[in-house]
Design a protein around this ligand. Structure first.
Ligand code: TXA
Ligand code: MG
Length: 347
C-alpha cells in the first residue's frame, strides 16, 4: 500500500521524519514540485536511483534530473568551463528556485546512473514550499523524474501518482495540484547559446536577454504543418511520450470531427456541439496558464473515461501555447505511428 502524507502547508514534524527516514534508506518518495510530481531519491546514492528506474519502468539510458537543496550545490555537481560560469550564474540568479533545468558538464560526484553515462547532468532547484522543506532538511541533492510510468502522462496531483505507481511506491507527499502543470524548461548551454532541449514554463522570450536562444524541439514545424506526419516529429526517437493509453488526435479549433459518444473531446475554450462520450474544456477563461495547469489532469480524465478516441483542439500559438502544442504532439505521436491508415489530418 502507498501511504499518502498530507502537506497542505508543509509536512508535520512526524511525517517529515518518516520521509527523511525513507530517503536515507534509499526508498523513493513521490513529492510535489511546482511543475509536476517527482519521484525522488538521493541522487548521490546509485542504488536508490536504480529504484527510481525500476519503479518507473524507465530505461537506464534515460538520465535523471537532480534537484538541489540550494544553488551552492551547483559547484559540487558540475565542472563548469570558465567561459560559461557567468552565464550560469545569471540564469540561476534569475530563475532559481523555479521551473528551469540546466544541462551542464557534470563533476565526478554525480553517479553514472544519474546521467546515463553522459558527460552532462540536468540540475534544477524547485520553488515548491513542501519540496523545499524536504530537500532542505535532507541537505543533499535528490534525483526526481516525473512520478509516472515511463512514457505516460505526468502527474500533477497526488492521486495521479497513486494511479501510476501504487502499490509498489511506499509514500506520496500530497502538496495539492501543481501550479504550472507542465514539466520544467530544459536548457543546455553551448558557448553563449542557450539551447532549449524541452520547452516549458520558462519561455523563449524569458531567456532572450541572457543570450541567443535556439529551440531544439520542433515545436514550430509540428504546430504549423498539418499535413506533416513523418517520424521526424517524434522527439528523441521515442514512439510515445506523455501519452494517454487512448488514441489521441489533434485538430485545428473548429475542425473537430463530428461528435460521437465514442469520442472524448479536449476542447480549448468552448465545447463543440455534442453528443460526446466525455468532455474537458481546458480554459473557460481563455488563459494559457489555466490551460497549462489543468492540461495533464484533463487528458488523464479523458483517458480514464472509456472513450475509444480522444480528439484535442490545438491551443493557440505563442508562449505557453507552443509548449502545450509540443506536449500534445508528443502525446499523439505514438498513435499516429501505430495507426497511420486511420489517422485524420494531424497538425
Ligand atoms: O519539471 C520537471 O522537470 C520534473 C519535476 C519532477 O522536476 N521532472 C521531469 O523529469 O520532468 P523527467 O525525468 O520526467 O524528464 C527529464 C528529461 C528527460 O527527458 C531526460 O532524458 C532529460 O530530462 N535529461 C536528463 N538529464 C539529461 C542530460 N544530462 N542531458 C539531456 N537531457 C537530460
Ligand atoms: Mg517525465
Amino acid at each position: 500500500m502507498t501511504r499518502l502524507l498530507p502537506a497542505p502547508d508543509g509536512l508535520s514534524p512526524d511525517d517529515l521524519a518518516c520521509v527523511l527516514e525513507a530517503l536515507r534508506a534509499g526508498e523513493p518518495v513521490a513529492l510535489p514540485t511546482e511543475t509536476v510530481y517527482g519521484l525522488a531519491a538521493p541522487a548521490l546514492n546509485p542504488a536508490a536511483c536504480q529504484r527510481i528506474f525500476s519503479l518507473k519502468n524507465r530505461p537506464l539510458s534515460d538520465p535523471l534530473i537532480c534537484h538541489l537543496p540550494d544553488a551552492a550545490w551547483l559547484e559540487k555537481m558540475t565542472d563548469l568551463p570558465p567561459g560559461s560560469r557567468f552565464l550560469v550564474q545569471k540564469l540561476t540568479a534569475a530563475f532559481w528556485p523555479g521551473p528551469l533545468t540546466l544541462v551542464l558538464p557534470r563533476s565526478g560526484l554525480v553517479p553514472d546512473i544519474v546521467t546515463a553515462g553522459q558527460p552532462t547532468v540536468a540540475l534544477r532547484q524547485s520553488a515548491h514550499p513542501v519540496f523545499r522543506q524536504i530537500i532542505g532538511a535532507f541537505g543533499e541533492p535528490l534525483a526526481a523524474p516525473s512520478a509516472n510510468r515511463f512514457g505516460r502522462i505526468s502527474p500533477t496531483q497526488a492521486a495521479h501518482v497513486i494511479a501510476e505507481l501504487s502499490p509498489a511506491l511506499g509514500m506520496v507527499v500530497d502538496g495539492g495540484p501543481c501550479r504550472h502543470g507542465l514539466e520544467s524548461t530544459i536548457v543546455g548551454i553551448r558557448g553563449e547559446v542557450l539551447e532549449i532541449l524541452r520547452p516549458g514554463p520558462i519561455l523563449t522570450q524569458d531567456l532572450e536577454s541572457f543570450g541567443p536562444v535556439r529551440q531544439k524541439s520542433p515545436v514550430a514545424e509540428i504546430a504549423e504543418a498539418p499535413s506533416q506526419q513523418d517520424s521526424s516529429i517524434v522527439p528523441g526517437g521515442l514512439a510515445s511520450h506523455y501519452a494517454p493509453a487512448t488514441c489521441l488526435q489533434i485538430h485545428l479549433c473548429g475542425e473537430t470531427p463530428a461528435a460521437s459518444p465514442e469520442l472524448g473531446v479536449l476542447a480549448w475554450k468552448e465545447l463543440p456541439p455534442g453528443p460526446w462520450g466525455a468532455v474537458e474544456i481546458l480554459t473557460p477563461s481563455g488563459t494559457l496558464e489555466e490551460a497549462a495547469s489543468g492540461f495533464y489532469a484533463a487528458l488523464r480524465r479523458l483517458d480514464e473515461s472509456g472513450v475509444l478516441r480522444i480528439v484535442a483542439e490545438l491551443p493557440p500559438a505563442g508562449g505557453l501555447g507552443d509548449v502545450l502544442r509540443e506536449r500534445l504532439s508528443k502525446a499523439a505521436a505514438a498513435h499516429r505511428l501505430d495507426s497511420r491508415e486511420e489517422t485524420q489530418p494531424v497538425p
